[in-house]
Design a protein around this ligand. Structure first.
Ligand code: BGP
Length: 477
């Protein structure tokens, strides 16, 4: 017997744009994910100016879940899932984002999908915005830099909350809202917020402004959702990467603390309903002059989340600079150092199961809210054997070690945990690299980086392992 509750939500996680395909089916509009090219062979994704002929856009077809969902859900049921985390593609509901009337065909698709899941006793767990905002909002409004986008998002949220109020209980507003602390790379700003920087713009200021509008939109959605159905559980979704000091040098320790504050203030705002004092002071000292109004602050206070959903893949380590500024400002990328005590994946992601328990304790102490691990997993190149099998002991090993730590956090530390939905449990398009061959799945999908393959689904060894984990409620890993 594991110490997990009987109704623990063992599940799997995906995002609409990474698996659905059908990018123009049923009246769907173009999203930011639809204008990003495929990566692979060491080449990253490119953000293009609209959809250009001759380019390879992996999200257009993805794994064509849009047309395969009935068979796929049957497989998910065989796997034993109790929960399926996905997102609703905003562009299926409001193709351009700023319409006043929703697209019925898009709404119907999710009705059908949720019915299919519920038929097998699988709960949908829904992210409202997962790196797939309407591209029209980027070209016409500059993405989340425009306050009007709050209203568009709230309209979208209200529409889907109302439509699915009896089918969905667990929601999240913005996927990995705090990814934007990586504002030096254009990628995180574009995927999270549809931001394309103008020459000479201060990326950090833009990030703080757009993130503010997003937290206001999130808080408004939480309030409206609770009015529509008081039983809704609406969470934050934070990319949790614990940041350790590179040494016991007090400067490194404070640097790590500042780095944690910088990456996770989003959760402070969403869970506590207010900005942390250090950040207000920092923004003031930096002279950012942000559009943060008093009514906004009331909205934040009134729309706090019910739980903390988070992804966990890795940890970082940081070292103070020789000439550290007084603020100890953390710059993602620049301040990171290698942590020699942990291994790395082929993509350089540090493998740190113990860090998951650390993260859970950190969140639990800070927010006093239930937690939900909504992403965790191991991206790797799998080899399909001539007989069709895929042996992926590395994936099982990664997940087993993380689940062990998750169970310790529940059994030894008493942390309330709603569920665990490993990422990409069916192979899909990688968000970061746009690759198909960076795989996380227990279910193999026959498609490669070049877009070739039959799209046939088959079970990897990890499928049977996870099926048994669920059957034993995590007692037998
Ligand atoms: C998270 C995202 C997912 C996902 C995952 C794995 O950041 O929420 O969308 O893709 O990371 O990352 P990648 O696909 O880059 O391997």
């Amino acid at each position: 017997m594991s110490g997990l509750p009987k109704d623990f939500l063992w599940g799997g996680a995906v995002a609409a744009h990474q698996l659905e395909g059908g990018w123009q089916a049923g009246g769907k509009g173009v999203s930011v994910a639809d204008v990003m090219t495929a990566g692979g062979n060491g080449v990253g994704r490119r953000i293009t100016d609209g959809v250009q002929p001759g380019e390879n856009y992996p999200n257009h077809e993805a794994i064509d879940f849009y047309h395969h969902y009935k068979d796929d859900v049957k497989l998910f049921a065989e796997l034993g899932l109790k929960a399926f985390r996905t997102s609703i593609a905003w562009t299926r509901i409001y193709p351009k984002g700023d319409e006043t009337e929703p697209n019925e065909a898009g709404l119907q698709f999710y009705d059908d999908l949720f019915d299919e899941l519920l038929k097998y006793g699988i709960q949908p767990v829904i992210t409202l915005s997962h790196f797939e905002m309407p591209y029209h909002l980027v070209t016409e409004y500059g993405g989340w830099r425009d306050r009007r986008v709050i209203d568009f998002f709230v309209r979208f949220a209200t529409t889907v909350f109302t439509r699915y109020k009896d089918k969905v209980k667990y929601w999240m507003t913005f996927n990995e809202i705090n990814n934007q602390t990586e504002y030096n790379g254009t990628f995180a700003l574009f995927t999270n917020s549809g931001i394309q920087l103008k020459p000479g713009e201060n990326a950090e200021r833009v990030m703080y402004q757009t993130a503010h509008y997003e937290t206001v939109a999130s808080a408004l959605a939480v309030q409206i959702g609770h009015r529509i159905n008081p039983a809704f559980q609406i969470g934050a979704m934070i990319a949790m990467v614990p940041i350790y000091p590179a040494s016991p040098d007090p400067r490194d320790v404070f640097k790590a603390e500042r780095a944690m504050q910088t990456r996770y203030w989003f959760a402070d705002v969403q869970a506590k309903g207010r900005y942390p004092e250090w950040l207000r002071q920092y923004q003031k000292n930096a002279g950012f002059d942000l559009d943060i109004t008093l009514p906004d602050l009331d909205v934040l206070q009134a729309g706090t989340v019910d739980y903390i959903g988070f992804s966990y893949y890795m940890s970082f380590a940081v070292k103070a600079q020789r000439d550290e500024p007084k603020s100890f400002k953390y710059v993602e990328g620049r301040d990171g150092v290698e942590n020699p005590t942990v291994a790395r994946s082929e993509w350089g992601w540090q493998i740190d199961p113990q860090g998951l328990r650390y993260a859970m304790n950190w969140f639990a102490d800070r927010y006093d809210l239930p937690l939900f691990i909504v992403e965790n997993g191991f991206g790797a190149i799998d080899k399909k054997e001539p007989d069709g099998s895929v042996h992926d002991p590395y994936r099982v090993d990664y997940l087993r070690r993380h689940i062990e730590q998750m169970e310790l956090a529940v059994e030894e530390d008493g942390i309330p945990l709603i569920g665990y939905t490993p990422w990409g449990f069916i192979d899909l398009v990688s968000a970061g690299s746009g690759q198909m061959d960076k795989r996380y799945g227990f279910i193999y999908v026959d498609k490669n980086d070049a877009g070739e393959g039959t799209l046939a689904r088959s079970k990897k060894d990890s499928f049977y392992w996870y099926q048994h984990v669920i059957e034993t409620n995590g007692a037998d890993l």
